[in-house]
Write a new protein. Sequence first.
Lengths: 165, 63
Amino acid sequence: MTTLISGTAGVTFPAGGVGNPAGAVVGTTDTQTLTNKTLTSPTLTTPNIDSAQIPTVSGTAPLYMARVWVNFNGTGTVAIRASGNVTSITDNGTGDYTVNFTTAMTDANYSPVATIKPTASASSTNGKVVNIRYDTNLATSSCRLWCNSTGGAEDMDVVAVSVFR
Amino acid sequence: MNQRIIYPEDNGGVAVIIPAAECGLTIEEIAAKDVPAGKPFKIIDAADIPTDRTFRNAWEYSE
């Protein structure tokens, strides 16, 4: 094997020789598939991510995805319908639920977002709210929510909670 | 997961923990994580929890 050095063509390595691995060198073509590669702190410029996961991305505002989510039935037989990063919910009493995270947040400065659907038998469909329970603080591993109406605490047919940080 | 964890609350009531089936933890692991430290608890069948919640805040924990 001979390594050729030319003043006009540059350096040419012999096929199969050291410095000339089989296949394209990573990062030299536009359509490479990286398998079992470890990328340390990569910068991804307008990546094309699976359309099933992120259907629409427009503008340049950063994305902050939910760290926790849960949808549960808060009345009758209280039960979790589906969830992510949740080990359990705690039924503390009427309309009073705690969401317990599997992996804790880095601090308690996160943003819980919740929505509710009253039961069909609720005395009024107006004035229902869900809030962080007035006498508790957000914790890194859980958040306690309180569903109520003008009549006081109230169980809800659907309680859906997401946490962003 | 047709089991629940109950423990007494400081106000005399009872808290009921409902596990997330997809979390990958056992009911015992969930109890160890989500029951407040120092609280006694019991693991019971979900069917043993009343479905009539009219007087939910009057439920009590019994040893």
